[in-house]
Design a protein around this ligand. Structure first.
Ligand code: AMP
Length: 433
């Protein structure tokens, strides 16, 4: 029987592979501009890392982790998210958190969650994100949001909506959790099993419940904003003022709590509805964390980060037709040797063009000129390079602009030099001289 891919996974091939490479490269470049450096933590970690950070009450830890015992009977988990691994990495490599702070890291790679597969929801999917770790500052929260926003702008995702909220400081959250417990207590026996344990472990998680009857109860539950300490309230107002000064539009959403337990103070999500009206929900999300580093036995310092789902970014870009120019396979040059003798020269020419930075392919098969032109068209080549017997003898090639149909003979030993200096003449829509 044929072996297929595991449920909830997908092969990234064809235009999706091109799209992923484009998205990841762009996000890496922008992260570098903001002075972030790449880190690559392992895919497997000790399970305890996620129990202690993401939290026992979270759906991720309760139901979604790929956990197994290795041959030495250690409990190992395939990472369900990156932040915990990155904080573990920073705590373990002690010097990283004693040098210049915040330590700014970006990451990219697969994560694993045993969720119910559906449109846009996989069991293995890819995330790109950043963490800025080392001290508590509302300005860093805003810088991180600005980085995410710049990334989305660079991808031309204009219809993105930034939703933001605060979970307050520890004092605010303790007061809020107590109020939630008081509110839910009379209904508890009618609530779902998950919410009954969330009630004890972390009542904030009840606000994320998807069960319709519990969701109805959540509608009238107390709101975080009414339990904020004065300090937490003014910190949040300052964050919003900084966003205003950077002209980053946002919507305050006081129902936003995020599904991972380590967040405190600022939390945010980027939502997207495509031009055609398809609602993609959150394409990226993140927030500030006060206690996570200490919880993982590091110094008592705060951090902030976010993560984008690459599959989601790809889907919205495709839906809004923003990948057309990137996904179209094209060639700068298609080299067409006429006859066996021309093939050797064709290889030399193709190599020279590639080394000069031009995407080049060549015809290896014995074919007539007309059918080679058809191939060049199918491959969306901008130029054809024709090498016949005369050209071999004269050490020349013919370069034909396949759009304007103009052609020119160029000496082989001046090929790249001539192409570079004549680019304007060859290429109509090119602005170079
Ligand atoms: P989270 O780590 O849960 O905050 O998720 C960050 C981002 O990852 C989300 O905004 C989604 O874009 C993406 N994401 C989360 N879960 C999945 C999934 N099961 N399949 C695909 N993308 C996901």
């Amino acid at each position: 029987m044929q072996i297929n891919n595991v449920k909830g996974t997908h092969d990234i091939i064809g235009e999706e592979a091109n799209g992923f490479a484009y998205i990841e490269n762009l996000l890496k470049q922008i992260s570098e501009l903001f002075a972030y450096n790449e880190v690559r933590p392992p895919v497997i970690e000790h399970s305890e890392l996620f129990v202690r950070s993401v939290g026992e009450a979270s759906d991720v830890v309760r139901k979604e982790m790929y956990t197994f015992n290795d041959k030495a009977n250690r409990s190992i988990t395939l990472r369900p998210e990156f932040t915990a691994g990155i904080i573990r990495l920073l705590v373990q490599n002690k010097t990283l958190l004693t040098n210049e702070l915040p330590y700014k890291a970006y990451y990219c790679g697969p994560v694993f969650r045993y969720e119910r597969p559906q449109l846009g929801r996989y069991r293995q999917f890819n995330q790109f994100g950043v963490e800025a770790v080392g001290f508590d500052s509302p300005e860093i929260d805003v810088e991180v949001i600005a980085l995410a926003y710049t990334m989305l702008q660079s991808l031309n995702l204009e219809k993105v909506v930034l939703k933001i909220n605060t979970l307050g400081d520890e004092q605010s959250r303790t007061a809020y959790k107590e109020a939630l417990k008081k509110y839910f207590e009379p209904y508890l026996s009618d609530m779902c099993d998950d919410c009954q344990s969330r009630y004890d472990l972390n009542p904030l998680r009840i606000l994320d419940c998807k069960v319709p009857t519990d969701r109805d109860l959540v509608k009238d539950a107390p709101r975080m904003k009414d339990f904020l300490s004065e300090k937490a309230q003014s910190r949040f107002e300052y964050v919003l003022a900084l966003l205003d000064s950077l002209e980053i539009p946002y919507q305050v959403d006081d129902t936003l709590v995020r599904g991972l337990d380590y967040y405190s103070e600022t939390v945010f999500e980027f939502h997207y509805i495509s031009k055609g009206g398809n609602n993609y929900g959150a394409i990226g999300a993140g927030g500030h964390y006060d206690k996570l580093v200490k919880e993982l036995d590091g110094p008592d310092v705060a951090g902030v980060g976010f993560s984008f789902g690459i599959e989601r970014l790809f889907s919205v870009l495709k839906d809004d037709d923003l990948l057309r120019y990137i996904l179209n396979d094209y060639l700068d040059y298609y080299v067409m040797p006429l006859g066996l003798a021309a093939r050797e020269m064709a290889l030399t020419v193709a190599t020279e063009l590639r080394l000069a930075g031009f995407r080049t392919d060549l015809c290896f098969e014995e074919a007539k000129l007309n059918s080679m032109f058809k191939r060049a068209e199918r491959k969306m080549a901008k130029f054809a390079v024709i090498i016949g017997e005369d050209e071999i003898n004269r050490r020349e090639v013919i370069i034909k602009n396949l759009e304007t149909k103009q052609q020119k003979t160029v000496a082989l030993d001046k090929l790249v030099e001539t192409i570079n200096s004549d680019l304007g003449e060859y290429c109509e829509d090119c602005s170079c001289e």
